[in-house]
Design a protein around this ligand. Structure first.
Ligand code: FA5
Length: 347
């Protein structure tokens, strides 16, 4: 009988063990572990193959090519198994996709809810539509003219400083700093009389704190016809907020305010719902600035091609973000744009 080197016998045994173990694998991790176990640096086949160096010259000659053959078969087996495994895993993923049931009920699923922003927008849309306002969805990407110049804020006007603007690389284009940009478009496009409301995102390149963000929402109305007055505007604003806050007993106050696009101008503050005697959110004043309002400046009407001797307009612009905070008692604006599920689950 032909003599078979013990080295070849051991290698053949390891080859068979490898084949048996590879048959049972289900994952790439299991495959990698087995590959390492047999042909890794410290793998049993690797170490065993190195024993060839201890054989005599004669033995090396007869067993060398057999060892080579076994190593080749081992590598082919590993390669083939890997290909098969990858194909099988890909097929499983495809199969799972085919049977993915979007309606499947799972007891662990989080219930979805409406974001407080969406709730407030829907409330304000309902209230203003019922009062006869037309809702306009304005543009966030705006021209310098519509955002500033048409609103009586020329290039060198100091009011531009309070609107730290995100300028685009496109000349004369910016992210709107307020929803009053809709005023200038409507005055240019529509023939008075009309009453519009708009709400949406606005952007200012400013530092954030509990009540300021670089992206926030505003809510604006404008009415134009032949007889508008500040008292009418205040009455409309009070009615909107009476409906909006429902039984809320939040108090508000009005004080003179300057905006280049209104004359006279006022600012509206709402009593801080988070404290009695002043806190960090209201900056120890017990009042939170909610928005500005006034009679649209005749310059704005003329710049937009409206006869200011015939028409008067009134407008207000409120921080919609602040209304959300006041309504739901949210003490940090940044929570609204974060993704904290603990926060969102409450709504
Ligand atoms: C304006 O933006 C005017 N366009 C409002 C206006 C419209 C006045 C029509 C007159 C007539 P102001 O910069 O004050 O005004 O912003 C209005 C409101 O937006 C503020 O009172 C505040 O409630 C909110 N607001 C302003 N900056 C921020 C900010 N960084 N983060 C959150 N809310 C803000």
């Amino acid at each position: 009988m032909e003599h078979v080197s013990p080295l070849i016998i051991r290698l053949n045994t390891l080859h068979q063990e490898l084949a048996a173990e590879l048959q049972a694998i289900k994952t790439i991790a299991e495959f990698e572990a087995i590959r390492n176990k047999f042909i890794g640096k410290q793998g049993s086949i690797t170490i065993e193959s190195k024993n060839i160096k201890d054989l005599s010259l004669e033995e090396k000659r007869t067993t060398g090519s057999i060892v080579q053959d076994i190593r080749k078969k081992v590598e082919e087996l590993i390669e083939h198994t890997q290909q098969q495994l990858i194909t099988r895993l890909q097929q499983e993923v495809e199969l799972q996709k085919q049977f993915f049931d979007v309606t499947a009920y799972t007891t662990n699923a989080l219930e979805s809810s409406v974001h407080p922003y969406t709730r407030v927008i829907q409330d304000l849309e309902d209230i203003t539509m019922n009062m006869g306002f037309e809702i306009i969805y304005g543009m966030e990407l705006e021209t310098e003219f519509a955002n500033f110049e048409a609103l009586n804020i020329p290039v060198d006007h100091p009011a531009r400083e309070s609107h730290d603007t995100f300028w685009l690389t496109l000349p004369g284009k910016l992210l709107r700093t307020h929803t009053s940009n809709v005023q200038s478009h409507m005055l240019q496009e529509r023939k008075p009389p009309f009453a519009i409301t708009t709400m949406g995102r606005t952007y200012r390149n400013e530092a954030t704190d509990a009540t300021h963000d670089y992206m926030f929402m505003q809510f604006e109305i404008m009415i134009i016809d032949t007889k508008q007055s500040l008292s009418n505007l205040i009455a409309i604003a009070q009615e909107i907020f009476r409906c909006f806050f429902k039984n809320n007993e939040l108090k508000s106050r009005i004080r003179p305010g300057f905006f280049p696009f209104v004359e006279p101008g006022i600012e509206v503050d709402i009593q801080c719902p988070f404290c009695q005697n002043g806190c960090s959110i209201c900056k120890r004043t017990t009042w939170i600035e909610a928005g500005g309002a006034g009679l649209v400046h005749p310059n704005v009407l003329e710049l937009c091609g409206v006869d200011s001797t015939k028409y008067t307009a009134c407008a207000f612009g409120f921080g919609l973000t602040r209304l959300v905070m006041l309504k739901y008692g949210i003490n940090d604006v940044r929570l609204l744009h974060g993704c904290s599920l603990d926060f969102l689950k409450q709504f």
